[in-house]
Design a protein around this ligand. Structure first.
Ligand SMILES: CC(C)(COP(=O)(O)OP(=O)(O)OC[C@H]1O[C@@H](n2cnc3c(N)ncnc32)[C@H](O)[C@@H]1OP(=O)(O)O)[C@@H](O)C(=O)NCCC(=O)NCCS
Length: 180
């Protein structure tokens, strides 16, 4: 599959944001990005910082899967730096019309509309790719994510109790779904 058509918009604070597919040249930014989220203890599944080798392995696999059309990815770039990462991962077999969405924005770039724009783009690209349903899981404690997903049309579809154990505390996961 060819990369998505990039798009530029002005964030709420006036900064120019480019939405585009990830590239091999983003490797250093990817390392800084994911490690910053791990360091702040963001509500994501990862809790250990990655090495350059691990991230290179991850990025190589991701680029290969994007080429095969197994993943739709959108990153946000501000002033030449990658500040957000997201993807819709297509399921397989009898669920190949279903995509699993994930998103993360670097702390200094939250609350200015980047998440909204990314999810809008992921919805459009998923539809173009023939997907019918998007699913995601959010920590029950993640009120911002929940508000964003609700705003973008996702509905609560269930709860997995104690799915996460973060710093010794159990947290439920909320499943949300959207029919495209
Ligand atoms: C959750 C996340 C993706 C939201 O992205 P964002 O770019 O900050 O979201 P936006 O600025 O587009 O805001 C979207 C909506 O979220 C809500 N929101 C944003 N910031 C908020 C805040 N500080 N408190 C409460 N709600 C907030 C609002 O409803 C907002 O819509 P509005 O601007 O029309 O009122 C981002 O905070 C993030 O990456 N957090 C860390 C990683 C993470 O939690 N990933 C999701 C895992 S499920």
């Amino acid at each position: 599959m060819s990369p998505i058509q990039s798009k530029t918009f002005k964030a709420k604070d006036g900064r120019e944001v480019v939405l585009r597919s990830i590239r091999w040249e983003d490797l250093d930014d990817c390392i800084e990005f994911i490690n910053s989220l791990v360091e702040e203890g963001a509500d994501i599944l990862m809790d250990t910082k990655v090495s350059r080798e691990e991230e290179a392995d991850w990025l190589g696999k991701r680029l290969a899967r994007a080429v095969k059309g197994e993943i739709i990815d959108v990153i946000a770039e501000v002033d030449g730096k990658m500040v957000a990462n997201s993807e819709v991962e297509k399921r397989s077999g009898l669920m190949s019309h279903v995509g699993c969405l994930g998103i993360g924005i670097e702390a200094d770039y939250r609350g200015i509309g980047i998440g909204t724009q990314i999810i809008q783009m992921l919805k459009e690209e998923s539809k173009k790719a023939g997907l019918k349903v998007l699913v995601l899981d959010a920590f029950a404690t993640n009120k911002t994510a929940h508000a964003l997903y609700r705003k973008m049309g996702f509905q609560d579809a269930g709860r997995t109790p104690k799915a996460i154990c973060k710093n010794g505390k159990y947290i439920d996961l909320i499943r949300m779904t959207l029919e495209l």
